[in-house]
Ligand binder design. Structure first.
Ligand SMILES: Nc1ncnc2c1ncn2[C@@H]1O[C@H](COP(=O)(O)OP(=O)(O)OP(=O)(O)O)[C@@H](O)[C@H]1O
Length: 275
């Protein structure tokens, strides 16, 4: 059911052929389209500078603050067009972005950080308190550290705070940017394991941007591969994992080591943008 956008699943978020330009001149996304089904974990893969963060920011409405602009295409959520100009409207619609690099309020405690995530809610203290407990159930480490100043917690704990804070807004969809960044492999597994549980137990839909193709394709249902601002391949995660090109270029399972698709003449991937 959650195999992907073409399997008849309920599409929650749809990005339709968007082009993004920074500072009026730097063309970064060159017609990106993707679908995120309700209740799925969809991953957006690609190397440095491929355009993953830009895609997430286009969805969450955070481009403007970076002098970025969607100049073509459209984004819709539950069938309604998002204007991409007001992050608060996206949060209200149920979408929240967890930024790359954690971004905690360093001088606040872990618990105060988590509570800032609930500031848009109007359903009372009881509900907020219950969700705080829910976050602590998923991240027992944060409960232990709840009175610590966030700036003095470890990278892994800060990543947990960032995800926990997003959960406090009771989102339907979390845009998670590079959760593995700078974390030891064991911690990456732990964070992804929690993402999977949140997806299965709380029904949270995820769109996650990752350079770590290996871990992302093990936990996601569907993947899109982005290169230089274009989607060059997509498919159910299990199929991508077995795809010889993905294996060679992204999973490093080749004797020659990792390469970019662009460096190879006889690649077999679909070159959609030439079609
Ligand atoms: N605010 C900005 N102004 C100008 N160019 C930008 C801005 N933000 C990103 N870019 C450029 O857009 C391109 C895509 O960047 P983006 O951060 O979306 O890629 P990414 O796939 O998320 O990479 P990374 O994993 O390194 O964050 C890069 O070439 C980057 O230099």
């Amino acid at each position: 059911m959650l195999d992907g956008p073409d399997q008849g699943s309920d599409t929650l978020l749809e990005v339709n052929n968007i082009e993004v330009i920074y500072n009026h001149v730097i063309l970064v996304l060159k017609g990106v389209s993707l679908k995120v089904p309700k209740g799925g974990i969809t991953s957006l893969l690609g190397g440095n500078g491929a355009g993953k963060t830009t895609t997430l920011k286009a969805i969450s409405g955070l481009l403007r603050s970076e002098r970025g602009e969607i100049t073509k295409g459209s984004i819709s959520y539950r069938g309604e067009r998002l204007t991409g100009e007001d992050p608060a409207a996206q949060v209200k619609a149920g979408i929240i972005q967890v930024m790359e690099g954690r971004h905690c309020f360093e001088h606040l405690t872990v618990e105060e950080n988590l509570l800032t995530g609930a500031y848009t809610r109007r359903d009372g203290r009881g509900a907020t308190e219950a969700d705080l407990q829910m976050v602590y159930d998923y991240f027992p480490r944060l409960k232990e550290r709840r009175k610590s100043q966030a700036g003095y917690t470890s990278g892994g704990e800060q990543q947990m705070v960032a995800i926990g804070r997003a959960l406090m807004s009771r989102p339907e969809t979390i845009l998670l940017d590079e959760p593995s960044m700078g974390l030891a492999p064991q911690l990456v597994e732990q964070i992804f394991g929690i993402v999977k549980r949140l997806n299965e137990e709380q029904g949270v839909t995820f769109l996650l941007a990752e350079q770590n193709t290996n871990v992302a394709l093990r936990f996601a249902h569907y993947g899109y591969i982005l290169e230089s601002g274009r989607i060059v391949m997509d498919g159910p995660a299990a199929e991508l994992r077995e795809n010889p090109d993905v294996k060679e270029f992204y999973l490093g399972m080749s004797e020659e080591g990792r390469k970019s698709f662009r460096d190879v003449r006889s690649y077999r991937r679909r070159k959609r943008w030439l079609a």
